[in-house]
Write a protein that binds this ligand. Structure first.
Ligand SMILES: Nc1nc2c(c(=O)[nH]1)N[C@H]1C(S)=C(S)[C@@H](COP(=O)(O)O)O[C@H]1N2
Ligand SMILES: [Mo]
Length: 180
């Protein structure tokens, strides 16, 4: 209980300091708003996707995702998300992995305009249940994403602690081979 209180206070304190820390809430979020996401790196077809382009993919809806900071602090929830599977985006771009074992060495770095970055492995996205819950989204509650997140964000909705891989102001998806 005390620990929870402490982590809540820590997240809140970092947010108020304007730091890209635990809760990552800057004072002027409008400067970080992105309206397209690039798909680059080890792909056959690099892409630059705006919201209108994302609407061309098979739609995905997620009803409710509890938001939990890496520290364990409860940050509420995201509701009625509309987006597309990261898997579908990567299939369109087509990951380059010529050797039989290359695909297992690939990762995707999701980057935001404030410098925030998280990684996904190819195996997580294409060969585990986690992949079914990783979406790039552009609507919440039937509305375009507001400045505190928008216009494009992503979430790995099946993560135990969903805060870290809720990437606000999504800007880039870079495919890399991380080992030889
Ligand atoms: N672009 C960006 N996204 C981010 C962060 C950040 O600093 N920058 N912080 C992450 C962390 S650690 C958490 S806990 C959640 C906080 O989500 P909230 O702002 O919706 O509470 O955002 C995540 N997404
Ligand atoms: Mo966090």
């Amino acid at each position: 209980m005390l620990k929870t209180l402490r982590t809540v206070l820590l997240c809140t304190a970092l947010a108020h300091a304007g730091l890209a820390g635990a809760a990552g809430k800057p004072d002027q979020p409008a400067q970080y708003v992105t309206d397209s996401v690039s798909v680059t790196g080890a792909v056959e077809r690099p892409l630059q996707l705006r919201v209108a382009d994302l609407r061309g993919f098979p739609p995905q809806q997620i009803g409710e995702v509890p938001m939990v900071c890496q520290s364990g602090a409860n940050l509420g929830k995201l509701e009625r998300l509309k987006g597309v599977l990261l898997r579908d985006i990567l299939e369109k771009a087509t990951v380059k992995a010529p050797g039989h074992n290359d695909i297992k060495k690939m990762i995707v770095v999701a980057g935001a305009s404030d410098g925030y970055k998280v990684v996904f492995s190819w195996s997580e996205i294409f060969n585990s249940p986690v992949g079914d819950g990783v979406i790039v989204f552009f609507e919440k509650d039937g509305q375009p994403l507001a400045d505190d997140e928008g216009r494009i964000a992503m979430i790995s909705s099946k993560d135990l602690r969903s805060g870290p891989r809720h990437v606000k102001w999504l800007q880039s998806l870079e495919v890399l081979k991380v080992v030889e």
